[in-house]
Each structure stands twice: as C-alpha cells, then as structure tokens.
Design a protein around this ligand. Structure first.
Ligand SMILES: Cc1cc2nc3c(=O)[nH]c(=O)nc-3n(C[C@H](O)[C@H](O)[C@H](O)COP(=O)(O)OP(=O)(O)OC[C@H]3O[C@@H](n4cnc5c(N)ncnc54)[C@H](O)[C@@H]3O)c2cc1C
Ligand code: FES
Length: 258
C-alpha cells in the first residue's frame, strides 16, 4: 500500500450520475486485486477532510479504473476532475476476493446491486475461464443498469432486473439468484456479491440454503481505511468485530452476523 499522486487518463460520465475514472499507476496495476479498494482525496482543500473509499473496478495495463456514483460532496468534486488532472490516493487497501479454487466446471455467480457492480467487473476480467460466469445486475431502473455490455463482451451470461421493470425482469436481483440455483441444482457454484446491505443479507441466506460458498463485499462509512480508527466494525460470528477496511471489505458470508 502506498500514497500516490496519479494522473487521470479519463473521467467520463457513463450513465446519469455515474462516472468511470481511469488513472495511471503502474504500481496499482501490478499490486491491485479485484475486491480491493483505494482511498481517494477528493479535493485539494480541507473540505471534505476524509478520503473516500472506491473499489477497484478494472485493472488495466498501466493503472486502474474506478466506477462511482455521485452521492455527495466528495464524489461530486471527483466528478469535476478532468483528463490530465492528478488525484491523491492511498491503495490498494483491503483483502480482495478469494478466487475459486475448485476446478471448472464451476458456475461463478456474480450478483450486483446498483454501483456494487464496480468490483465485480474486475473479478470477472481476472477469472481465467470466462465460460461459466453468470452475472446478475439489479438496479432501481434502466438508467442505473451499469456494465451490462462489459460483462457480455467477456462471454458472461448476463441477466438484469430492475425494481420498476424498465429493463429486464421486474423485481429483485435476489429472485433471479433463487431461480438460477433452482434450475442448476446439480452444479457446483460460488457466489460473489456486492451491493446494499439488505441485498447482501438476502444473498447470504439463499447461498446458505443452497449450500454454496458466498463472498460478500461490504460497505461501511470509512475514515482511515487502514484499521486504525476502528470506525468500520462489522459483527462476526467469532464473537467479535472485524474492521471492514482492514479485514475486508470481502468476507465469507457465513462469517457475518447479519
Ligand atoms: C470498501 C468500499 C468500496 C466502495 N466502492 C465504491 C465504488 O466502487 N463506487 C461507488 O460509487 N461507491 C463506492 N463506495 C461508497 C463510497 O465510498 C461513498 O459513496 C462515498 O464515500 C460518498 O462520499 P461523498 O462525499 O460523495 O458523499 P457523503 O456526503 O459522504 O455521503 C452522501 C450519502 O452517501 C452515503 N454514504 C457515504 N459513504 C457511504 C458508504 N461507505 N457506504 C454507504 N453509503 C455511504 C451517506 O450516508 C449519505 O447518505 C465504497 C465504499 C466502501 C466502504
Ligand atoms: S476506517 Fe478506520 S478502522 Fe476502518
């Protein structure tokens, strides 16, 4: 992990309120894993004081990409940065996803809620076999469905659900997971999920019932990002708390007290 001043290669609006930023950093390209994150300083001024955590969305030849939604001051300031500007970051941070160890054919199920799709693209791109990747993208509406074509380009089987039915199946992404598992009872599978807490809890419960492994990438509000301030605890079954920034953000779903 290092503090770096990286040059922005692009910072593009890819959907209303969602940006994809590519930064140059051979160090991050070499050392980042899918599921890890970086802490970004969003302004040169004192406000906002705290860095903002963003997941590694893509690992490129000479850097990484982030996909982010503008939700507040920090991300708004970030969205105003342009190609050629620099950004002060610390990373890579956190543990990252554990890659599947069982030999194929194993169905890899990536399930995303909203901008939770961000780290799952890096994961899909890093998997050595793209044959059995199922991607389920859940979003509020059509304009919030992200990265569908990127996953399709990899050869993944992509399905989409929206809460308002404006694209794909109407309803929750977790219903699609239930259906897929019911249709493929005999196949081995591993689930990787990122999204809102309620969705992750439901995914964990479905995976447990189907007796398949499930890794979840958790989100907590963060300050230091390196396990020092104790500001991002998650209750775990070993009767204690773990820090999402240092011990996660990826956990085996079974570990968490939901
Ligand atoms: C490990 C990790 C990885 C993340 N990766 C991404 C990513 O790849 N793309 C992305 O768009 N976002 C990601 N986030 C969330 C992102 O960090 C927040 O959206 C961001 O910090 C908001 O900053 P802000 O100043 O724009 O908003 P603020 O003004 O700080 O907050 C605006 C709103 O967003 C909510 N919020 C702020 N931080 C979080 C958080 N950590 N989790 C949930 N809600 C929050 C606040 O409660 C508030 O309602 C990640 C968070 C974590 C912990
Ligand atoms: S953000 Fe400080 S311990 Fe996790």
């Amino acid at each position: 992990m290092k503090q770096l001043i990286s040059r922005i290669l692009k910072n593009e609006l890819i959907a209303p309120n969602f940006y994809r930023m590519r930064i140059e950093s051979p160090y991050l390209a070499k050392n980042s894993k899918p599921g890890q994150f970086i802490e970004v300083r969003c302004s040169e001024n004192i406000e906002p004081l705290l860095r903002r955590p963003l997941g590694v969305h893509r690992i490129t030849e000479n850097g990484i990409e982030m996909l982010y939604e503008v939700v507040g001051k920090g991300t708004r300031l970030l969205s105003r940065k342009a190609k050629g500007d620099t950004v002060d970051i610390i990373g890579p941070l956190g543990n990252g996803f554990g890659l599947p160890t069982i030999r194929y054919p194993l169905n890899i199920i990536l399930i995303a809620g909203g901008v939770g799709v961000a780290p799952l693209l890096a994961l899909a791109e890093c998997l050595t076999s793209k044959k059995n990747i199922y991607v389920m993208i859940g979003a509020r509406s059509k304009s919030h469905v992200l990265c569908e074509s990127d996953f399709k380009k990899l050869g993944a089987k992509v399905s989409v659900s929206t809460e308002d039915g404006s694209k794909g199946k109407k309803g929750l992404v977790t219903d699609m997971l239930k259906n897929l598992l019911a249709d493929n009872k005999s196949s081995s599978a591993a689930v990787y999920a990122c999204g809102p807490a309620g969705m992750l809890k439901a995914v964990a419960s479905i995976a447990k019932a189907a007796q398949i492994s499930c890794q979840v990438s958790l989100e907590e509000r963060m300050a230091c990002g390196v396990g020092v301030c104790l500001g991002c605890p998650v209750k775990t079954k070993d009767e204690g708390y773990k820090m999402v920034c240092k011990d996660g953000p990826v956990f085996n779903a079974e570990e968490i007290v939901w």
